[in-house]
Write a protein that binds this ligand. Structure first.
Ligand SMILES: [Fe+2]
Length: 329
């Protein structure tokens, strides 16, 4: 296993080095060092979404390519976040395929897992079992004991709030308790005066080109979004400064400013100092925007700004055209 993946990645690295020499001027520094742009970086983490693991070896290998890339970062990542649809159906065998891949690598110092709708589709629509699997494999993969699908954690002093769904529907089921909990956690986190990172598989309704980008022929307004509680969640998130809301679910590829008229969405949409970041899916080719798989973002957090950098973790190259930079307020 190691031999195969290491060999392929070595071949790719050699080819890329030659390509960079001749074409770097056109495509940016796609072989730039795998370390923060500046030395005063306070937090450096990676995010991928929609891994959709099955029992297939090919899917496990695809994940392993990314994990090995992260493991080989010159500056170790503080965290790796998976923002939902980690598995295709929340089955034990699928979770084991994920856990076995993680057991062979150290992609980051901390692992943070969020649930997606596919992770709740266990067995014969057995939500209770999917929840147990989520808890069990959180402990196995991330070493984190949780007793709810929503939880919060801190990395380098920065708060990460992870939301979840409380039923096995395509849109998110958010209880009043979860909404109240989110409000409390946001208030608590805001006391630190640092940016807050909220991880949720589901984007806010009608963001990132929804509902059209969800793909239904006759889309309803809530399609592809949080659903009923979207406005309540959005209001809480936008009550604070420097909030980065990180999602997946839509399976769209990267886009950059100027492409919103072509594709109908941007990968990062801002409202004041609230930034909604929608990830491409990792496992399949993206449906629109930059066609690719194996992609995600890294976040570099500084005293006064956050740099979001697009990367193909499977190929081990930066997609510098799709980078973002935000000053903190
Ligand atoms: Fe998905």
């Amino acid at each position: 296993m190691f031999g195969f993946i290491t060999f392929i990645k070595g071949m790719v690295a050699a080819i890329l080095t030659v390509l960079q020499l001749f074409f770097g001027i056109f495509f940016g520094d796609f072989t730039a060092p795998t370390k923060p742009l500046q030395e005063d970086c306070k937090l450096n983490f990676a995010v991928i979404s929609d891994v959709h693991m099955t029992e297939e070896k090919a899917r496990a290998d695809m994940l392993r390519f990314g994990l090995q890339d992260m493991q080989e970062f010159e500056s170790p990542l503080d965290a790796l976040i998976l923002s939902g649809d980690i598995t295709d159906h929340g089955e034990r065998e699928e979770w084991e395929n994920v856990a076995n891949a993680f057991a062979d690598y150290t992609p980051a110092k901390n692992i943070i897992l969020a649930q997606g709708n596919h992770d709740t589709w266990t067995g014969d629509d057995d939500y209770a079992l999917s929840r147990e699997h989520f808890f069990e494999f959180n402990e196995k993969i991330a070493g984190r004991e949780i007793d709810n699908v929503y939880y919060s954690t801190k990395v380098n002093g920065y708060t990460f709030i992870v939301l979840g769904s409380e039923a096995d529907h395509t849109s998110q089921t958010v209880s009043d308790e979860q909404v109240a909990w989110l409000a409390e956690e946001m208030e608590k986190a805001s006391q630190d005066g640092l940016p807050i990172f909220v991880i949720n598989h589901w984007p806010i309704n009608e963001s990132h080109g929804l509902p059209e980008t969800w793909g239904d022929a006759e889309p309803m307004p809530d399609d592809g979004g949080i659903g009923d509680k979207s406005a309540e969640v959005e209001k809480i998130l936008k009550s604070y400064n420097n909030v980065f809301y990180i999602t997946g679910h839509i399976h769209s590829g990267f886009t950059k400013p100027g492409q919103e008229d072509v594709y109908g969405y941007l990968s990062v949409e801002s409202d004041g100092s609230f930034h909604s970041v929608n990830l491409p899916q990792y496992m399949y080719l993206t449906l629109r925007g930059r066609i690719a798989n194996g992609t995600g973002f890294t976040f570099e957090v500084y005293e006064d700004k956050v740099e979001i950098r697009a990367r193909s973790f499977s190929a081990g190259v930066w997609y510098t055209d799709y980078d973002w930079s935000f000053d903190l307020v």
